[in-house]
Design a protein around this ligand. Structure first.
Ligand code: ADP
Ligand code: MG
Length: 697
């Protein structure tokens, strides 16, 4: 090994053999810039080539090493030409399938040859098969040794081969022998058992598991070395979020002493009294606003729990104290609805409400921007257009972000930074209807205080949910017809995920047309994401006013839209959506005083997993229960849509399996940051590099 500088782990990857500028550029794409980054580039999973599996024991979806003698080898001319070989080992048989093969290969893979293969077992048309396995032909009869170690599989990028990554990481591990990796966990904070495992040992172990490893334990991610790393990774993430919080609190914020008269006037104008939960949460918010440090509070409340009025009261408090408030929503439709609601509630109090969205005309926009800057608008409502550079506030005191799960941490911080005046920060209130389990909330919102509206307004009747195969579409249409005749309104939601928005809108247009043919006496409206805001608004207003019976829509209506007379919802291809999203959609009905129904139409056959998920929705109306189940069935990344929440992609940690570690960390992250700021900084950097941006704090 070449002699290297003292601090080799901090050197750029180009010090490693075989890494030139081009290679370094590719590595940077997967977050590897230094030698140390190689060590923290952890295997996604392992391949087990240490055991030969009897063919009779194979199950689909496993990756296995097998060996057998070729019984049959033939080229099939079907829809796609393929070479098929059947192998057998006395316990059973397996097909190998090649779509691409050379003449030479075809001759090699002849009857009677002994072959060893590695690959994924799949259900073929008639029997289990491996498609394009890695293989080698064996000559002679002596047993050929199997690998003695598991093979790590790394996350990679285009043009970066697993083997090259393995070699680089091998080199980095060799340096680790020369130079110890500093242990950053202070002794006082080695709270959990796993924290006693040495970091360097743990890293070596997961990259190059020794031959005597408990293979299953490693594959299941239960090995103490993996848990040691997961613990530190979770801690690093907590540190980064807590750091955002602490840095924010260094700034002063306007202490807002609320004027009770305006609040009372607003409450008196409402047709309902607040629930106890709403009152409690409002109390918590007002208390935060009165402080001269920025509020950082999350309000969680199931769909329909009444978050809007809570936001309105916070806005009123800010305005009566002489500040501006801004409310941002993730979709134009929702922002418009909030705008209308705020107009109705706040204008009678003498407050001006402004509107800011992407699709405004230039002159409307200019006017609005000037009014905002001069302070003629007290409350601005809009979409992410509010982030834009030209938007300047006069005296921003409060930022409200609705349906937070649609925005990432970065966007949230960006809007807050907008309101900075000299050193002072606005207060920040974020609201979400995605009830997430506690452990996830701790991770995603570790920089926020959490209030929960855990009560629905009285008189709500739980929505009855049924599952129906789409082969019974006609029955569903009959049901829609009956509902319309009873003057009840209906949503028909078209879903297409992973497809373009364009296709989604097309699907909704097609459905609307078909339904209009099937139900000629129904008044049908259509909303989707590609319509002009004014068109959408018009349709929504017609629906609200009861001039439309059946609203065909894409998932744009998912969040927040409120039409109490709608009591039936049909969701097409429900199996394609996440439970939390379905629960949100379903929350559009059940807002009035009649019994509401939600029909989840699915396309059979429904997988076992799909059945379990939809059943859970049928059995519960409680967003928290559903979220917990979704987490168990699908895993946290899916549940929240990692990119959308700003939750980092974890390398080893798993928010579900490692909940105990998260609990063990608890509040110790704060003590760590306070007492060992340098170590904390290094730990964040080690795990998240420059990926976490703390805003301009
Ligand atoms: P979400 O929490 O889903 O944003 P909204 O704020 O849209 O819920 O409220 C849902 C509906 O319930 C609205 O029509 C709202 O006016 C109404 N509402 C809110 N609070 C109460 C309450 N305390 N009693 C009765 N209705 C309420
Ligand atoms: Mg809402």
């Amino acid at each position: 090994m070449p002699q290297v500088a003292d601090n080799v782990l901090a050197q750029p990857v180009t010090v490693l053999k075989g890494v030139g500028d081009k290679q370094a550029e590719k590595l940077a794409k997967i977050g590897i810039e230094t030698v140390q980054d190689c060590l923290f580039h952890l295997p996604l999973r392992y391949q087990d080539r240490t055991r030969l599996m009897p063919l009779g024991s194979l199950r689909p979806h496993q990756e296995k090493l097998v060996e057998g003698v070729i019984q049959l080898s033939q080229v099939k001319f079907g829809r796609r030409r393929s070479l098929l070989c059947q192998i057998a080992d006395g316990t059973g048989s397996l097909w190998l399938r090649f779509f691409h093969f050379s003449k030479a290969q075809q001759q090699q893979l002849a009857r009677g040859m002994r072959i060893r293969c590695f690959g994924e077992i799949r259900n073929g048309p008639s029997a289990l098969e491996m498609v394009h396995p890695e293989y080698r032909l064996l000559t002679g009869t002596e047993p050929v040794p199997v690998d003695s170690e598991l093979t790590p599989v790394y996350p990679t990028t285009e043009g970066m081969h697993q083997l090259s990554l393995r070699k680089l990481i091998g080199q980095a591990l060799a340096y680790l022998e020369q130079q110890q990796m500093p242990e950053l966990l202070p002794d006082a904070l080695r709270l959990h058992d796993v924290a006693h495992y040495k970091l360097s040992e743990a890293l070596k172990y997961v990259h190059l598991p020794p031959p005597d490893v408990d293979v299953q334990q490693l594959i299941d991610r239960r090995h103490p070395a993996q848990r040691r790393l997961a613990y530190e990774e979770l801690l690093a993430q907590q540190l980064s979020m807590r750091k955002i919080r602490i840095n924010t609190q260094r700034h002063p914020a306007p202490a807002i002493r609320a004027d009770n008269r305006a609040q009372k006037a607003l409450l008196n104008s409402l047709p309902f009294p607040l629930t106890a939960a709403q009152q409690r949460v409002i109390g918590e918010i007002l208390q935060d606003l009165a402080q001269d440090i920025p509020m950082q509070r999350l309000v969680q409340g199931d769909v329909g729990s009444g978050k809007t009025v809570v936001a309105a009261i916070a806005a009123v408090a800010a305005v009566t104290a002489g500040y501006q408030a801004v409310m941002m929503a993730p979709t134009e439709l929702l922002a418009e609805q909030h705008y209308q609601t705020f107009l109705q509630w706040l204008e009678p109090l003498g407050m001006t409400v402004g509107w800011c969205a992407g699709k405004q005309t230039a002159s409307q926009r200019k006017q609005m921007l000037t009014a905002l800057e001069q302070g003629d608008i007290s409350v601005a409502v809009g979409t992410h257009a509010l982030f834009q550079d030209q938007v300047v506030f006069n005296k921003l005191g409060l930022v409200i972000i609705d349906e937070q799960h649609r925005f990432g941490v970065h966007q949230r911080l960006a809007l807050r930074d907008k309101g900075r005046q000299q050193n002072s920060m606005p207060h920040q209130l974020v609201m979400t209807a995605t009830p997430i389990p506690r452990t996830l909330a701790m991770t995603a919102y570790a920089d926020l205080n959490v209030s929960v509206i855990d009560e629905l307004p009285p008189g709500r009747i739980p929505v009855t949910t049924v599952l129906i195969s789409d082969s019974r579409r006609q029955e569903v249409i009959d049901r829609v017809h009956a509902a319309c005749q009873q003057k009840r309104q209906v949503y028909w939601v078209c879903t297409l995920i992973e497809e373009s928005e364009h296709l989604q809108c097309q699907a909704a247009e097609d459905s609307a047309q078909q339904l209009q043919q099937a139900l000629p006496d129904c008044r049908i409206g259509l909303v989707h994401g590609r319509m002009k805001p004014r068109e959408k608004e018009l349709v929504m207003q017609q629906f609200k006013a009861g001039e439309i019976d059946l609203l065909v829509a894409t998932t744009v209506i998912e969040v927040g839209v409120d039409v109490p007379n709608a009591s039936l919802m049909i969701i097409e291809n429900a199996e394609r959506l996440g439970l939390a999203q379905l629960h949100q959609l379903r929350g559009r009905v059940g807002r009035g005083s009649t019994q509401s129904h939600c029909v989840l139409m699915y396309h059979p056959p429904l997988s076992e997993n799909g059945q379990a998920r939809l059943k859970c929705l049928r059995e519960s109306n409680d967003g928290f229960v559903i979220a917990q189940r979704d987490l168990e069935i699908r895993g946290p990344g899916e549940l929240l849509g990692t990119r959308q929440t700003g939750l980092p992609q974890f390398r080893v940690a798993d928010l579900f399996d490692d909940q105990d570690l998260l609990m063990a960390i608890g509040s110790s992250a704060d003590a760590f940051l306070r007492d060992y700021p340098d170590q904390a900084e290094q730990m964040i950097k080690r795990w998240f590099g420059n990926k976490i941006d703390f805003g301009q704090v």
